[in-house]
Design a protein around this ligand. Structure first.
Ligand SMILES: [Zn+2]
Length: 161
């Protein structure tokens, strides 16, 4: 994704109050963010337990979403709805995002299962061993990256509409 400055990042949230935007803590290593290898930026607030943020790059620029961890326990290890990594390399947690505008003020939220440390971009870049001769590993990887971006964009659009 394209780099976003801290100022742009704070300004692009569509479902956070001015107070929430002012209070958010950027990732500890924000200046060293490896934008080239990210399809979205996601992080947990290091001071506010259960609060996390996602910055996605949409056609009209970066869009920020504030997420709150929700209590949804499953007996089975879940798959992330965004990277859909079938290897289940990390824990997946349920987050809810308040919808933008009036819907959000009325308590309407959108939920999703996401990798607990927002590892999706690294997960989709994993190079699988070819399952059979002639399998195009690079094409499969490129396809996973496109799918991840589409899933994140679809979630963000649901939140901001
Ligand atoms: Zn994921």
């Amino acid at each position: 994704m394209l780099p976003v400055t801290e100022r742009e990042m704070r300004a692009c949230f569509v479902n956070a109050s001015l107070r929430e935007r002012n209070n958010l803590n950027p990732p500890a290593d924000f200046d060293a963010t490896p934008w080239d290898s990210l399809d979205y930026l996601g992080w947990r607030d290091r001071k506010y337990d259960g609060v996390a943020y996602v910055i996605a790059e949409l056609d009209d620029g970066p869009v920020g979403i504030l997420l709150r961890r929700a209590e949804a326990r499953s007996r089975h290890r879940s798959q992330c709805s965004w990277c859909e990594d079938v290897r289940l390399p990390n824990d997946v947690v349920f987050y809810a995002a308040k919808r933008a505008g009036k819907a959000g003020r009325n308590g309407d939220t959108v939920g999703t299962l996401v990798c607990d440390g927002f590892q999706c971009s690294a997960n989709v870049r994993w190079r699988d061993p070819a399952p059979y001769d002639g399998f195009d590993v690079d094409a499969a990887r490129a396809q996973r990256i496109v799918a991840l971006r589409e899933h994140v964009a679809a979630f963000v659009e649901r939140v901001r509409q």
